[in-house]
Ligand binder design. Structure first.
Ligand SMILES: *[C@@H]1O[C@H](CO)[C@@H](O)[C@H](O)[C@H]1NC(C)=O
Ligand SMILES: *[C@@H]1O[C@H](CO)[C@@H](O)[C@H](O)[C@H]1NC(C)=O
Length: 484
């Protein structure tokens, strides 16, 4: 009896001690969290209050802190003269000689300057299909103008002349126009200028202080044309590429974590004051493009045979050349849905033509990567269909016909809201493609910084500046056909 009650007392007091300890544990945990207030624990919210701004460990801790906060907030500063302190992205741009950029547009430098005075005249970019990949032109103009007084465009990215102050390093090589216009050797040249420029670029880059510091990891290289940078892309693998898709890159050279997907500049005219509706758009489904493609493009042919007898489905052949644009514009402006099918690359300009036409995109391309998809939900205005489903008899038409007027109208409204995100222009405007791309770059900056800090761990042993090559992967095998 006595044993039992003693036992009970013991158990009770043990239980009591345990309860008190648990309570203390939770209370202290609660107070600790409350006092440190989340991110401020590591990030001093006020850079001026940094206790030791001259610490040897980090030559400029206040700048470090300020940058992180700016990237986090993603805010677009007021229009006016750009103050680098308020920019979400500080960009150092190499002063490459004009033959890498505006010289390819037949601009002649005056004196020793390498950049045109864009406050007076802006060299033209070649028109037609060249414009699809003209991102190099718009981004460079935006950077150049970021230091001009009285700027009207948002100051998302600002050019800084001291690379130590920059978040990223911009390589202003107009690689798409170089590929489009200067691939073939022009006698007496033995080698095409496009190839020569790429060799010179790599040689130049690896000699730069900025490259040596980062091994290229914070460098932005534009290669929007799938065949641009063909001779140098493997050597520039650490860089952040701006691409149209990853179709012709091995995953260790370019991937969605490290690199940026940017939209094509659409060829179809915008549908200004679009007052169409579900009924006035009489074509159910519209497709224009080359039908017989190699590689992933076989699905176009399959779909053509499946759909050719549907009376409100329009299939037309051939890419949109200059004279076909008004016809395609009329077609897309009067269709409810526009097909975007994988061609010889996963992406194609049809998607961006569809968006500009407010024609709901139907995307059949399993490998496609989309611009700014981390902040934009494409399913709100597009229909995705797996290629394996799309080629089932009757599947696609049944799916599309099953989309109600209300659902279609919601997607059409959303298209009108998002179309601005795909517009390239100069001067750039709030939320357009230029600003969206800079913001996408800014979102990668923490990852770049992580990589740079890791790189420094053993920097006393290794020289990070030497570009490694992925030589066993033969990129040329991927490139058998021309792009759409
Ligand atoms: C660039 O910025 C760094 C860090 O603030 C500074 O130490 C350096 O003197 C600057 N260089 C020039 C040329 O102004
Ligand atoms: C669109 O509508 C606005 C306002 O009604 C008008 O000023 C403009 O000219 C129209 N644009 C076109 C291309 O019809």
């Amino acid at each position: 009896m006595a044993d039992k009650s003693l036992n009970l007392v013991c158990r009770n007091s043990l239980f009591f001690i345990f309860s008190v300890a648990t309570l203390f544990f939770f209370l202290s945990w609660f107070f600790l969290l409350g006092s440190t207030d989340g991110p401020n624990f590591i990030e001093n919210p006020n850079p001026n209050l940094n206790p030791n701004p001259n610490s040897n460990l980090n030559p400029n801790p206040s700048r470090e802190v300020g940058r992180q906060i700016h990237v986090r907030q993603q805010r677009e500063p007021d229009a006016g003269t750009c103050d680098p302190k308020n920019a979400i992205l500080k960009v150092f741009m190499y002063d490459l000689t004009p033959d890498f950029h505006f010289g390819l547009l037949e601009w002649q430098p005056e004196g020793n300057g390498v950049w045109p005075d864009i406050s007076r005249t802006i060299p033209d970019y070649p028109g037609g299909l060249n414009l699809q990949h003209s991102i190099e032109y718009w981004l460079t103009l935006d950077l150049l103008s970021s230091t001009l007084p009285g700027r009207t465009a948002p100051c998302t990215a600002v050019r800084v002349l001291n690379s130590s102050l920059a978040d990223v390093v911009f390589v202003p090589f107009f690689s798409a126009v170089s590929y489009n216009r200067y691939s073939k050797p022009r006698p007496p040249e033995k080698v095409g200028r496009n190839k020569v420029l790429q060799e010179r670029l790599v040689k130049y880059l690896v000699k730069q202080e900025e490259w040596k510091r980062s091994g290229g990891r914070d460098h932005i290289v534009l290669a929007h044309h799938p065949n641009s940078m063909l001779d140098s892309r493997m050597k520039l693998w650490p860089c952040m590429f701006v691409l149209s898709d990853f179709g012709r890159y091995p995953p260790n050279v370019a991937n969605v974590e490290k690199d940026i997907i940017a939209p094509y500049r659409h060829m179809i005219r915008n549908y200004v004051n679009d007052s169409s509706d579900f009924d006035s758009r009489t074509t159910l489904l519209y497709f224009q493009g080359a039908i017989y493609r190699k590689d992933g493009g076989f699905i176009r042919q399959e779909l053509f045979y499946l759909l050719k007898n549907e009376k409100d489905v329009h299939f037309s052949f051939g890419s949109i050349r200059q004279n076909g644009i008004s016809q395609a514009t009329r077609g897309m402006h009067s269709s409810k849905f526009c097909l975007n099918i994988a061609g010889d690359t996963p992406s194609s300009n049809r998607l961006f033509d569809a968006i500009a036409s407010h024609c709901v995109p139907v995307i059949i391309s399993d490998e496609i990567e989309l611009p700014y998809e981390d902040v934009l939900d494409y399913s709100e205005f597009s229909v995705f269909v797996r290629a394996s489903d799309a080629v089932k008899k009757g599947y696609l038409v049944k799916l599309i016909r099953g989309i109600s007027r209300e659902k279609w109208t919601r997607m059409w409204e959303r298209l009108k809201e998002v179309e601005g995100m795909f517009e390239y222009r100069y001067p750039s405007q709030k939320g357009d493609a230029v600003q969206m791309i800079w913001q996408a770059v800014a979102r990668k900056v923490p990852l770049v910084r992580l990589k740079l800090h890791r790189l420094k761990r053993f920097s006393r042993y290794e020289d990070g500046s030497k570009p490694r090559r992925f030589s066993r992967f033969d990129v040329r095998k991927l490139i058998q056909a021309e792009t759409v």
